[in-house]
Structures are given as C-alpha cells and as structure tokens.
Design a binder for this molecule. Sequence first.
Ligand SMILES: Nc1ncnc2c1ncn2[C@@H]1O[C@H](COP(=O)(O)OP(=O)(O)OP(=O)(O)O)[C@@H](O)[C@H]1O
Length: 252
Amino acid sequence: MLLHVDSLAVTYGGAVQALRGASVDVPAAGVVALLGNNGAGKTTLLRALSGTLPLHGGRVVVGTVSFDGRSSVGMSAATLVRAGISHVPEGRRVFPGMTVEDNLRAGGLAAPGPRQRAQARTRVLDLFPVLADRRRQPAGLLSGGEQQMLAIGRALMACPKLLLLDEPSLGLAPLMVQRVAQAIRDINASGTAIALVEQNAQMALSLAQKVVVLDVGQTVLTGLAAEVAAGGMLEELLLGRPVDPTTPKAAS
Ligand SMILES: Nc1ncnc2c1ncn2[C@@H]1O[C@H](COP(=O)(O)OP(=O)(O)OP(=O)(O)O)[C@@H](O)[C@H]1O
C-alpha cells in the first residue's frame, strides 16, 4: 500500500478534535475519494498527510501514517513533498503576482533533479496547454478553472507519487469541471495515485476506485466506488440519516 493511515487523531489548539479515528489506504496508482459532510475532517486529513496543519495549534495526537513504507508522522512539508506527496489545497492558492511559469518553477524546486523537472514541465504543459499559452502572465489574471489547472500543474512539478486534491471542482463552471475531471483521469493513468476530497460526489465516484466516508472525524465507511454508488449507502451517510453500525466494510 502506498499510503496507510490508521486511527489518526488531530486536534486544533488541544480543544477541537477535528479527527478522532480516520483510516484510509491508498494503493499505488489508485484513486481514493474522501467524502463527508462539512466539518467531517477531510481537509484536516489532507493537511496532516502533507505536513501543512496550521503551525498554530494543529497537531497529530495519535495514529499511524506510513507512506511508501516509512512512517511519515511528524515529517515537515518540505520532506513530505520530496518523499512524493504533493497537495493542491482548497482554494488553489497559486501565487497571484508571479507568472504562470514562475508558479510552475516554484513547484519544480522539489523535483528530484533537473531532468525530472524538465520532464514534469513538458507533462504539465501537455496536460494543460492553456498554461503554455499563458506562461508569461501573472497567475492572478487566470480564470478560476485555469488557476485550478495551474495549482494542479504546480503540484505535479514535484513529480509526486501521491497527489492530494482538495475540492478541485469547487466554484468551477460545468465545462471546466469536466476538464479538471479528465485531467485527474489522465494524471492517474500515468501512474500517480490520488486522494480526492470532493463535494461533487458524482464526480468523485466516477473517478475513484475506492471511497472513504468521514463523519465527525471518523472513517464510517470504506468501500469500492462502484458498490457504494450502486448501494445507495452514500445518500444515507451524507444526508445525515443514522448509519447502521452493522454495515460491513466493503472489500478494500
Ligand atoms: N485552524 C483550525 N482551528 C480550529 N478548528 C479548525 C481549524 N480548521 C478546521 N477546524 C475544525 O476542524 C473540524 C474539521 O474541519 P475540516 O475543515 O477538516 O473539515 P472538512 O470535512 O474539510 O469540511 P469542509 O467540507 O467544510 O471543508 C471542523 O470542526 C472545523 O471547524
């Protein structure tokens, strides 16, 4: 398993328990959708995995996280990105005053070497040709969809084994959502594993092989995407009806 997370607990400021038993496995080259209602802990989970919990207060208190065979709890964001975990945060967070090219260059600082950096740049510009057209423009002038592409492209510049995507479709027009979804498919087809947080459950189910549902900081369902989609379990969990504790965990 590329990523193995078991019973992870995270608190903010010692008081807010954002995660209280999150478990998720992501196989090499797999796509896992992380679903759950607002406040379920999805963003916190991605931040814990990429070492970007707020410096002020966010803390992993218990649990196991292993990435590529090594325990990764407590590693810095810089170490984790070099180990192969790239995070595209919610709200894209491109550097608005820097050009598209410089945003990509910043992502490439974590690439293993110059040859891999050049290959990653070619790959990103093939995936998102609009970034090549706009490479001299400040990132802040791009549309929301283009900024999302740039944020994903910047993350890919580090040559990740695992890409963490937080709400990539948020606020995008339907056509742009489709283009981002296709890009996610293409990225995965080239061997990069993906953990995808998405409010758009339909999109997430169409991209993922596996689904993990979080509720109030805990993993309450793990299953194959096709089975979860067919079984109507998701509506039950996301619409807030009581979860049957006897529901078996589907095969992972
Ligand atoms: N910096 C922070 N300080 C204190 N509490 C926080 C902080 N960030 C998140 N929380 C709390 O932690 C819990 C989990 O939040 P998180 O953002 O991880 O959930 P989420 O599933 O990503 O929700 P959403 O879909 O709304 O983004 C919530 O109760 C939230 O209020």
